[in-house]
Structure formats: C-alpha cells, structure tokens
Write a protein that binds this ligand. Structure first.
Ligand code: NHX
Ligand code: ZN
Length: 350
C-alpha cells in the first residue's frame, strides 16, 4: 500500500461491513483507489447468483431461474445459497432425482418464514381468528392502490407465525413514497383491525405487525421527513450503515417538547392508517367473510385464487403490471462503481 512501501506490483483487496468507522487514513488517495459498493442484488443479480449455486445440481427442465429471482426480492447471496440447498433437500426427501419448481417455491417460503409446522395444535376457534386476521391483511392490501399484490395467504403455521400473508412487489424498488408507506401501514394494521371488527376483541398475536407499524411510522416522522408538522428534518443522530440498512444506535439531539410532538405525529399517522383499514374492512365485510371462510376450508390461497374474489368488485383497484425498470444507463449514479479519487502514485501522509 502506498505510503508504506515503494513496491508497485502489489494489489491489496479488502472488504468491510463497517465503512462508516474506517480510519480515514486508510482511504487517502493512493491507498484504496477503487471502492466497490456491494448492495443487495437486484433481480438480475439474484438470477446470476442463482446460476452459481445451482451449478452441478440436477434441475427439471421447467425450472425457471428468472421467475425464482423475481420472487425473491431482498434476498442476498447467502439467502440464495440457502434457498438452493433447501430446494435440493426437499427434492431428495420427495424421492426425486432432480429439483423442480415446486421445491423452489416451498424453499422460498422456508427461507422467508421458516418450515411449516403442521403438528402445531390449533383449536377451531383459534383457526377462525387466524383466518380473519390474515383475510383482513389481504383484503386491505388488495384495496389500497400502493400496496404490493398479495402473493399467498396461509393459515398453516410456519416458523414463529400462526398465519401469514405474503406480498410480492412487481419490481425491485429503490424509492418508497409516503403514500405507499401509508397504504402499507393500513395493510399491516389490518390483521388487528379484523380481529376487533369481527370478534369485538383482540389478541396478542398482532405483536409483530404492531412492532413493524410502530417502527415505520416513527421512521417516517424522524428519518424520512414525512410529517408536515415536523418538517423535512432528521430527529436523532443516527449511527447506521445506510448501505446495509442496519441501525447501530441513536443519539437524541432534540428537547422534550419536540419529543412530544414527534410522538403525537407518529400517533396521528398510525391512527389514520388504522381508520383507513377499518373503513375498508367495514365496507367490504362480505368479502372479508368470504375470504376468511375460504381460508378456513382450504388453508392457503395463491394469488390467482385470491384474485377471483375481486372480479367485478367496485372500488377494487385494477391489478396492473408495472413496466419493467430500465437500466440506469448513461446516468452516472453517485456512489456507483467508479473511482472517487483519481488513482495517484503520490505517497500519502501517514
Ligand atoms: C403466541 N404466536 O405467541 C402465538 C403462538 C395473530 C393470526 N401466543 O401477524 O402468528 O401469536 O399476519 C415474525 C413473524 C411473534 C415474528 C411473526 C413473532 C408472530 C402473525 C406472534 C398471526 N400474521 N403471531 C401475523 C402470529 C403468535 C408472533 C413473530 C411473528 C396471528 C400472527 C404470533
Ligand atoms: Zn398479522
């Protein structure tokens, strides 16, 4: 490395999870001249990684890696490796000599939510609550134009969850609007709203939904500047790695009064999202009952089976397919893989 030795034919490659805490001396010109940011892979990246991991494994001709890549937004290399292993294990367990699409589909759900737990004992009464909770999520999600389409609804326990509603974005998204966050909040609250409107009582089962709702609503106010009252400001000095999407900690840099106002704004966002979900589940209560009853009968619904409930329903947004995103060609993206400084042979000060 320049500044330490005069040898020129040494190439040093290094990687870190914590670019935020690197000694700035390491990053001076003449030391690490190229910085390559490894973000989560997009659809094409996931397909390429899939190709690496299926190499040498027997696949049925029907296996379509493009479809699998499309259905695994947010997966990183390790998830994809895990996915292929799970699919291979499932194929072996089913006494198949090659891996087919059903194995990959089941493996995706295993990686996202854990294995199915058919042995878990669930009373008829609980099954009804679970069905209405999930039908509530799915119905509100379907009625709000900014929510991603419902991919699957299930009331078969999997991992920690007694039931789940999976959404699948049509495209990898890099920017999310305030309107979409508000719609998403309503969909996340809809399980709890369903319990309240149908049974006039609530359970502790919504804990994970409420956790996500609270965190998102607070981030909208304190991080994304999405509260008109609080304005386009960030509250709390974050220590986080933006690229890895992980938070390390927060330092409060505002007073008691502002803290109170933040709490009120978060409350207002959640209250409005709850009211919207309530309005939808009340207006479409017939549909809610129909979907829940179907779930109690068949336990899982895929996207097509779910969509049948909405033929000719007034007020249901058209399920349109977004145009595929184009490559960001020609536009030099900030932080893209180009040198931030010109490679220079100057010795750097220590
Ligand atoms: C319990 N579990 O703890 C029981 C066993 C409300 C129909 N008393 O919201 O399964 O109540 O839409 C990740 C994901 C805890 C972490 C889900 C941690 C769920 C899931 C609690 C459905 N689906 N709740 C949901 C559910 C529960 C829990 C989680 C998690 C239920 C609900 C779990
Ligand atoms: Zn839920």
């Amino acid at each position: 490395m320049d500044g330490f030795d005069t040898d020129t034919n040494v190439i040093l490659i290094a990687a870190t999870n914590r670019p935020d805490i690197l000694d700035p001396a390491l990053l001076r010109p003449g030391r690490f001249d190229r910085q390559v940011i490894m973000d989560r892979p997009d659809k094409r990246g996931r397909e390429a990684i899939l190709k690496v991991h299926v190499h040498g494994k027997p696949l049925e001709p029907s296996v379509d890696l493009t479809t699998i890549a499309k259905g695994t937004p947010g997966f990183v290399g390790a998830d994809i490796e895990n996915l292929v292993n799970e699919a291979a294990i499932l194929a072996a367990r089913r006494n198949k000599s090659s891996i087919g699409m059903p194995e990959f589909q089941e493996a995706v759900e295993r990686v996202i939510a854990g294995p199915e737990r058919c042995s878990r004992l669930i009373s008829e009464k609980e099954k009804v609550i679970i069905a209405y909770h999930e039908a509530g999520h799915a119905l509100v999600r379907r009625m709000l134009p900014k929510c991603d389409p419902v991919h699957k609804i299930s009331i078969i326990s999997r991992g920690m969850a007694l039931g789940y509603t999976m959404a699948l974005p049509e495209n990898d998204r890099v920017l999310i609007s305030k309107a979409k966050f508000n719609d998403d909040l309503s969909a996340m609250l809809a399980g709890r709203v369903a319990e309240q409107t149908i049974f006039d009582d609530i359970t502790n089962g919504a804990v994970d939904d409420l956790d996500k709702v609270t965190k998102l609503a607070r981030a909208m106010v304190t991080q994304y500047g999405m509260s008109e009252k609080m304005g386009p400001m960030v509250f709390g000095q974050r220590h986080e790695m933006i690229f890895l999407g992980r938070e390390i900690g927060e330092q409060r840099n505002y007073g008691e009064q502002v803290a109170r106002e933040i709490d009120e704004e978060v409350d207002q966002i959640v209250t409005a999202a709850y009211a919207k979900a309530e309005e939808i589940l009340t207006r479409y209560s017939d549909l809610h009952h129909a979907i829940a009853r179907k779930l109690i009968e068949v336990e899982t619904l895929d996207a097509d089976e779910f969509e049948k409930f909405f033929a000719g329903v007034p007020g249901a947004p058209q399920r349109r397919v977004e145009p595929a995103p184009r490559r960001n060609g020609g536009i030099p993206a900030p932080g893209s893989n180009r040198p931030t400084r010109s490679p220079s042979p100057r010795p750097a000060p220590a």
